[in-house]
Unconditional design. Structure first.
Length: 560
C-alpha cells in the first residue's frame, strides 16, 4: 500500500512538472466540425491543450474562464485520453443535464451558482440552442466539459468542508481532502450516472444543518430582492431619519400606499409590524437592532444562511452523545442528550467590546457559592482607574485586595498612581448572594479564563438584547443544569450513596457553603456563533452582535 501511494504521488508530481514546464499556446478561439463524428475526434486535442494552458496560467483557460482545480481536472481527463465526460456528438449526456440543474439550484445547498461557472455554462448552452454553427464548435464543447468537471470538484469541497478557513476550533479530521478523494467522487458520479445522492453523503449529519437547509426553499420563494432606502445610522438629523424610515417602511409594504399622511402613531404601528415579521422585540421604537434589520436585505440574510451551514461543516462529523451547546447570537444554552434537547436556558454573553470567545471544552467541576477572582483585563480597564479616584471603591463593591502571600491589603495604603496597567494584587469578590458569579459556577479548561455561572443580576434575563457580560456566560437555569450533571454522575451508583451528591448539593446551597464538586463524566461544551437557525419550524435570524458574519462575508463572500 505504501509503495502504491508513493508511486501515485510520484506520478502526480511528474505530471505537474510536465504540464507546468511546457509553454503551451492557448486553445483556438473556435474549431468548427462538419459532422458529429469529426467533432468527437477533435475534442481530445482541444481538451488537452485547454487544460495544459490553464495549469500553466494559474487556472486561466481563456479571458473569461478560470478553472479552480486545473491539476485535478488534468488527472481526471488524462485517465480517459482527454475525451469528454459530459457530452457526446453534439449532445449533452443525462449526467450533464443533472449537473447543470444542480449548479442553477446551488442556493438550495447554501452555495452560490456564480462559484461554479454558472454564467459561462448557461451562455454556452444557450448558444447551442440558438446557433446551428455554435453547436458544431469543438472548442465550446471542450471548454463546457472542463467547466462542468471543475464545478463538480469545487462542489465536492464546498459541500464536504465548506468555504471558511480552518481555525483553532475546527474539529473535522479531514480538513484537507486528497486528490484521490476528489477523483474517487468523480469516478463514482460518472459510473453511477447520478450526483444528488453522492453529494448528500458528503453533507454533515447534524440536525441543525439539515433543518436550516430544508428552510432554504421557502426562504428563497419569499425572498425580496428589491433595493430599499438605506437608513442613516445617525439620528442627529431627526427629520431626515424620519423621512428615510417612512420611505423604507412604505417600500416594504408596512405603510399602506393609500396613506396620505403618516402620523407618529401610524409610523410606530408600522415599525411594530416590521419587528413582528423579523421576530425581534415589538415596541414600535427604532433602536439599533431594528435599524440594522431595516438595512439588511434578503440577499444579506441568505449569505448568513450560507455562512452558518459552513460553520456546521467545521464541527466533528459525530457530536458527543451528551453536550452543552451555547449559541451566542441566540442568547441560548441547550443541553442535548442522544439527539434530544433536555434543557433550554436563556444566557447572557459578553458585550461586543468584551466578547465571549468561541471554544470547545468540557465541564470539569462545579463550585457552590464561588469567589470571583476578577480578570486582569477588568482590573486594568475598570478597577485601576476607579481606585485612582477613590480608594474606597473596592469596599463599596464588596471586593478584597489580596497580595501574593494571600494577605488582605488595605487599598488606602497603596500608591495607585505608579500603576498604569497591571497591579501585583488579586481582586476578589467573596462568595454570597451578591457575588457577580451568583451561587454556582461551572468550570471547564480554556485559555480565556471564562466559564458558565449563575448571576446576581437575574433581572437581566428579561431583556431581549443580552450581550452584557465581560465574556463569561451567565445561565438562567443554572440549577437545572447542575442537578442534571450530579444525577448523571450518580446514575451508576447504587444504594443510599446514589442521592448523596444531589442531597449534598441541595444542603450546600441552602447553607450558602462553598464546595467544589468534581464532574466524573465530563460534559462537553461547545460555544459557537450561529446567527440563524430553525426554531419551532421557523427560520430565525439573530442579530450579528459581534459583526463576525459581516466580517466573514466581506472576506470570503464579497459581492454575493
Amino acid at each position: 500500500m505504501i509503495q502504491v501511494n508513493a508511486f501515485r504521488l510520484l506520478s502526480i508530481v511528474l505530471v505537474s512538472l510536465f504540464i507546468s514546464c511546457n509553454n503551451t499556446p492557448p486553445p483556438p478561439a473556435t474549431d468548427i466540425a462538419s459532422t458529429p463524428e469529426e467533432l468527437e475526434k477533435k475534442m481530445p486535442d482541444i481538451v488537452q491543450t485547454a487544460i495544459k494552458y490553464a495549469v500553466q496560467n494559474e487556472g486561466r483557460m481563456d479571458d473569461s474562464t478560470i478553472l479552480h482545480s486545473p491539476k485535478l481536472v488534468w488527472q481526471a481527463y488524462e485517465k480517459k485520453g482527454f475525451a469528454p465526460y459530459w457530452s457526446k456528438r453534439e449532445s449533452w449526456l443525462p449526467l450533464a443535464d443533472t449537473m447543470f440543474r444542480f449548479i442553477r439550484e446551488a442556493k438550495l445547498y447554501g452555495l452560490f451558482p456564480v462559484d461554479y461557472h454558472a454564467g459561462r455554462l448557461d451562455s454556452i448552452a444557450n448558444l447551442f440552442n440558438s446557433d446551428t454553427l455554435a453547436i458544431k464548435d469543438a472548442v465550446l464543447w471542450a471548454k463546457a466539459d472542463l467547466m462542468l468537471s471543475d464545478a463538480f470538484f469545487r462542489m465536492v469541497k464546498d459541500i464536504r468542508l465548506g468555504r471558511l478557513p480552518n481555525d483553532s476550533m475546527t474539529m473535522r479530521k479531514d480538513t484537507v481532502l486528497s486528490d484521490s478523494f476528489f477523483l474517487e467522487q468523480f469516478d463514482m458520479a460518472q459510473q453511477a450516472g447520478q450526483i444528488h445522492s453522492l453529494f448528500a453523503k458528503l453533507e454533515p449529519a447534524h440536525k441543525g444543518y439539515h433543518a436550516l437547509k430544508y428552510a432554504i426553499p421557502s426562504f428563497l420563494d419569499s425572498a425580496d430582492n428589491r433595493v430599499y432606502t438605506t437608513m442613516p445610522l445617525s439620528r442627529k438629523d431627526t427629520l431626515a431619519f424620519r423621512a428615510a424610515l417612512q420611505k423604507r417602511l412604505f417600500e416594504g409594504g408596512f405603510i399602506s400606499p393609500d396613506s396620505v399622511t403618516v402620523d407618529s402613531e401610524m409610523l410606530a404601528e408600522a415599525v411594530k409590524n416590521f419587528q413582528r415579521k423579523y421576530n425581534i422585540k415589538v415596541d414600535g421604537k427604532v433602536g439599533d437592532e431594528t435599524t440594522r434589520l431595516l438595512n439588511e436585505s434578503d440577499q444579506d440574510r441568505f449569505a448568513r444562511i450560507a455562512i452558518t451551514l459552513d460553520k456546521y461543516k467545521q464541527l466533528p462529523e459525530e457530536m458527543p452523545a451528551r453536550y452543552i451547546w451555547v449559541n451566542i447570537p441566540g442568547y441560548e444554552l441547550t443541553l442535548v442528550e442522544d439527539d434530544s434537547v433536555l434543557l433550554r436556558s436563556k444566557i447572557i454573553c459578553g458585550k461586543p467590546v468584551t466578547p465571549t470567545p468561541l471554544l470547545t471544552s468540557a465541564i470539569s467541576d462545579m463550585i457552590t457559592y464561588p469567589q470571583w477572582t476578577i480578570p486582569a483585563s477588568i482590573i486594568e480597564k475598570e478597577i485601576l482607574p476607579a481606585l485612582k479616584k477613590d480608594t474606597n471603591y473596592l469596599a463599596k463593591k464588596g471586593y478584597s485586595l489580596i497580595d501574593k502571600e494571600g494577605n488582605v491589603i488595605n487599598p488606602g495604603e497603596v500608591d495607585w498612581t505608579k500603576y498604569k496597567k497591571g497591579i501585583p494584587y488579586k481582586v476578589v469578590q467573596g462568595s454570597g448572594d451578591e457575588n457577580a458569579l451568583g451561587i454556582l459556577k461551572f468550570n471547564f479548561p480554556n485559555k480565556y479564563a471564562v466559564y458558565l455561572h449563575d448571576t446576581n443580576q437575574r433581572y437581566l434575563f428579561s431583556r431581549d438584547m443580552r450581550s452584557l457580560s465581560h465574556g463569561c456566560v451567565r445561565v438562567q437555569k443554572w440549577d437545572n443544569l447542575a442537578y442534571y450533571i450530579v444525577r448523571y454522575d450518580s446514575k451508576e451508583i447504587t444504594g443510599s450513596r446514589r442521592n448523596s451528591v444531589e442531597d449534598s448539593l441541595t444542603t450546600w446551597l441552602q447553607r450558602k457553603e462553598k464546595h467544589t464538586i468534581p464532574v466524573r463524566n465530563r460534559l462537553p461544551v461547545f460555544i459557537r456563533y450561529f446567527t440563524c437557525e430553525v426554531k419551532n419550524g421557523r427560520l430565525v435570524f439573530h442579530d450579528d452582535i459581534y459583526g463576525d458574519d459581516k466580517a466573514i462575508r466581506e472576506k470570503f463572500f464579497a459581492g454575493k
